[in-house]
Design a protein around this ligand. Structure first.
Ligand code: 9D3
Length: 259
């Protein structure tokens, strides 16, 4: 997978890509990253990448010509690709989006700055617009790094099997149960007894119950898309959790119908 980053702050990306799993993926040639300075494609005397908005108003708008020239230069021929604009107006980036994007050979990630990009550039060159969440950043650079990180770890051979995608917090739509390691007692707090019992069926039951409790408390909306096996349903009923799950799922459906 080739990630091509289009930015006016190329230095932003030097260290974040030099650590951890992304670094290893780069080293092993599983991913490539190209950094393209949009300013290099601004051909006027002052190398301007932004200008005042027609019609007036606050802030600056990214000019279309340098962006278009930068995209044309960054495209690798004969690749399946998406041109993605990181923007607060975009569709919300999610695990499902990451999985979809992992299927392309090249992702071009355009980091917006200022109030946005000229609409004509967006119309002609941009395949999709993504936001990473409802908070305001100073630009698209961190969002591009989030997309690279999330997509990279889904590519074949990038993760070791110990933390493979099947183990993910989101893999079955539940939040993951709490984890403990040595020592058995830390500042007078003991590890739950069942985890030391060696009874793997009991441990699995305990973890399922803890996952469901945590999801009910923090992200109840996730439960609407979780399917429980008959055995799991029985365990959850015994804990008094199944009725709470059904109530939450019903409330979600009403929410969904209203939206
Ligand atoms: C005054 C209107 N603002 C829109 C909410 C303008 C504006 C704010 C922040 C325009 C650009 C930005 C910079 N943010 C991004 O480029 C961005 C972003 C974000 O701010 N939040 C979540 N995801 C993303 S992806 C790109």
């Amino acid at each position: 997978m080739l990630f091509s980053i289009l930015t006016i702050f190329p230095d932003f990306f030097s260290s974040p890509l030099q650590e951890g799993i992304v670094r290893r993926a780069l080293g092993e040639g599983k991913i490539e990253v190209g950094i393209h300075n949009i300013r290099d494609y601004a051909l006027d005397r002052h190398r301007m990448t932004d200008d005042r908005p027609f019609g007036g108003g606050e802030g600056m708008v990214m000019k279309p010509e340098p962006l278009a020239a930068c995209v044309r230069a960054a495209v690798r021929p004969d690749c399946s690709r998406r041109v993605i604009l990181l923007s607060p107006k975009g569709e919300r980036f999610s695990q499902a989006q990451a999985e979809r994007l992992a299927g392309y050979e090249q992702l071009l990630l355009i980091c917006g700055r200022y109030e946005g990009v000229d609409e004509r550039f967006r119309e002609r060159y941009v395949d999709e617009e993504l936001s990473i969440g409802d908070y305001i950043l100073t630009g698209g650079e961190l969002a591009a790094l989030v997309v690279i990180d999330a997509v990279c770890r889904l590519l074949p051979g990038v993760l070791g099997c110990e933390d493979s995608a099947a183990n993910d917090s989101f893999s079955r739509g539940l939040l993951k149960h709490a984890q403990y390691t040595r020592p058995r007692v830390f500042e007078e707090m003991a590890v739950p007894e069942v985890l030391l019992s060696g009874d793997h069926a009991a441990i699995d039951r305990h973890r399922l119950v803890e996952s469901v409790r945590l999801t009910l408390a923090r992200r109840p909306e996730l439960l609407a898309s979780v399917r429980f096996s008959p055995v799991e349903e029985k365990i959850l009923r015994r804990e008094g959790l199944y009725d709470r799950i059904e109530a939450v799922v019903k409330a979600e459906r009403v929410q969904g119908d209203a939206g």
